[in-house]
Design a protein around this ligand. Structure first.
Ligand code: ZN
Length: 147
């Protein structure tokens, strides 16, 4: 008999910490690219504000509501991509998606985001974790096309 995944895996301390005290939360003032998305299955909403400067994420903020997985993923994502080039931000998104969807071991570059690895065992929650990243990628596309 295969042991069932433990639900506790979903709620590791680092996840709860980002959920309770989200980093880079709110909205940016000044010129920015704003993209929003939602995950109707869970009711998650995430809006990401980006300020790009010379191909680098100069500022990022997110707002939203929903489950701890979606909101903590967004919070950790903003910490990880702030100051990155567009290419680095995109490769982080790919590494995160590989961990969540393909079950790849977490890349070192993911840092705290590795805490979400356990969510990959819960297909219904994978969409929660990926939502902010999908929004980020749309924001990078939009910023590129208006640069
Ligand atoms: Zn959710």
């Amino acid at each position: 008999m295969t042991p069932e995944p433990q639900f506790d895996d979903l709620y590791r301390e680092v996840i709860l910490d980002h959920y309770r005290r989200p980093r880079n939360h709110g909205s940016l003032t000044g010129p920015k690219t704003t993209v929003e998305g939602m995950n109707p299955v869970c009711g998650d909403e995430v809006t990401v504000d980006l300020q790009m400067n010379d191909g680098t994420v100069a500022a990022i903020a997110f707002a939203g509501r929903g489950c701890s997985i979606s909101q903590s993923s967004a919070s950790m994502m903003t910490e990880q991509v702030l100051g990155s080039t567009t290419a680095t931000a995109r490769s982080l998104a790919s590494a995160f998606r590989a961990m969540m969807v393909e079950g790849a071991p977490p890349a070192d570059s993911l840092s705290d985001l590795a805490a979400l690895e356990g969510v990959a065992k819960f297909p219904a929650r994978v969409k929660c974790a990926l939502l902010p990243w999908t929004v980020l990628e749309q924001g990078l596309d939009k910023a590129d096309s208006t640069a």
